[in-house]
Ligand binder design. Structure first.
Ligand SMILES: Cc1ncc(COP(=O)(O)O)c(C=O)c1O
Length: 428
């Protein structure tokens, strides 16, 4: 085989091989909690991280490791950790970097649940987030202070479909000596590989396009392996002896794998946000068709967005792939194969019309999810973003007059026909 392997080959083969015990071609679901040590010396070596292997499935499991290695290969990282959900992956990404009194600078355009996680829940750990419009690069720079430990954004922001300027944000992070963390859920590595744009950590909700059919809750953190955690004393959990792991200094000892090993040996061990092997198996199977699905998702999304944009019942469409989108140029740089399949549109008639639209759709499913083969819709202001004040909803791209769609891979004429009849009912 020619090296390096192409993306589509990696999506099918990376992280897996025929099962050495049985020859099983598909990755078996290793439904086991623990693994028998060869002898006491083997056990000691595993616990000392002198040998890589399996101890206990809260830390590692062969099916889950296969998925971590596959996503790692697709993102071009050095190591990856699977977690029980996308939200768990976000906490796991921050865990080795943060401590009481420390903060992150986060985009104000994030999934509503992430805004709540960052504005409310992480406060209980003594962490905090400063939300800024990441299109305003000066505001991002000004928000960073001595206690900032990361910049966090989404490649294609949920719900608006806006594109983040990853290269510019990575440069700001570099100058501040902190990592850029990118939630790449809505783009997937098929549309964008944030590490190539300077990101240090990439997080995923595997619940969405990676699995692709609405069957799994899961998350992944990928580390580029390129960040120097020892450069400036800001990341003592990685650069100094870690009291939570008998004084091991992860970065000096493990170099580019420091973040990954810390996340397994301390993060998964003590936070326990572990992915289950059955979920990992489903996601592995989903990823085999990631490229094919994403091609059709973006193809359909472009046709639907163009159709909505010319419709008099619609005030505006936020799809970054529209010829007149302010994000068009950036989309060509960051997501050249297509601007994703997630966007919002404003229905004439505001909140009431949005609610009616959602109720009249037949092919679309009204669900709090995205990245399914099926077309999905939600009215964020009354659901995912309802905890936010109206001005925060507007800043997040979830104003009361917009609905969010996740365009599926059905026949595009059927998607449009469904929207057409529901728009008629909603705006009658
Ligand atoms: C962009 C994005 N990131 C993270 C999450 C959280 O993922 P999960 O639901 O798997 O915890 C979501 C969920 O919708 C999301 O849309």
């Amino acid at each position: 085989m020619t090296e390096p392997l192409g993306f589509d080959t990696l999506a099918i083969h990376a992280g897996t091989a025929p099962d050495p015990a049985t020859g099983a071609r598909q990755v078996p679901i290793y439904q086991t909690t623990a693994y028998v040590f060869r002898d006491a010396d083997h056990a000691a070596k595993l616990f000392n991280l002198q040998e890589v292997g399996y101890i206990y499935s809260r830390l590692t499991n062969p099916t889950v490791s296969a998925l971590a290695n596959r996503v790692c290969a697709l993102e071009g990282g050095a190591g990856a950790i699977c977690c029980s959900s996308g939200h768990a992956a976000q906490i796991m990404a921050l865990f080795p970097l943060m401590g009481p009194g420390l903060n992150i600078v986060a985009s104000s355009r994030l999934y509503g649940g992430t805004i709540t996680q960052f504005s409310q829940t992480i406060k209980r750990f003594g962490w905090s987030a400063k939300f800024v419009d990441t299109d305003d690069l000066l505001a991002v720079e000004h928000a960073i202070d001595d206690n900032t430990r990361a910049i966090f954004c989404e490649t294609i922001a949920n719900p608006g479909g806006y594109i983040s300027d990853l290269d510019a944000l990575a440069q700001i992070a570099d100058r501040a000596g902190i990592p850029l963390i990118v939630d790449n859920t809505t783009a997937t590595p098929y549309l964008c590989r944030p590490i190539e744009h300077g990101a240090t950590l990439v997080v995923h909700s595997a619940t969405k396009y990676l699995t692709g059919n609405g069957t799994v809750t899961g998350g992944v953190v990928v580390d580029s392996g390129k960040f120097d955690w020892s450069a400036n004393g800001k990341f003592p959990s990685l650069s100094e002896p870690e009291p939570a792991y008998h004084g091991l200094a992860f970065h000096p000892a493990l170099g580019s794998m420091a973040f990954t090993f810390h996340s397994i040996a301390v993060g998964l061990r003590d936070l326990g946000m572990t992915m289950n092997p059955q979920g990992a198996h489903y996601t592995l199977m989903g990823i085999e068709t990631l490229s094919l699905r994403m091609q059709r998702h973006v193809e359909n999304a472009k046709v639907v967005a163009d159709w909505l944009a010319q419709d008099p019942r619609v005030d505006f469409v936020t799809y970054a792939g529209l010829h007149n989108s302010p994000y068009r140029k950036r989309a060509e740089k960051i997501v050249p194969k297509g601007a994703g399949a997630l966007f919002t549109f404003a229905v004439k008639g505001g909140y009431e019309a949005c609610v009616k639209l959602v109720d009249h759709l037949k092919l679309f499913s009204h669900v709090a999810n995205l990245g399914d083969t099926r077309s999905l819709i939600i009215h964020p202001a009354s659901t995912t973003h309802r905890q936010l004040e109206e001005d925060a909803q507007i800043r997040a791209g979830a104003a009361p007059n917009v609905v969010r769609v996740s365009i599926g891979i059905e026949d595009v004429k059927d998607i449009i026909a469904d929207l057409d009849q529901a728009l008629t009912a909603a705006t009658a």
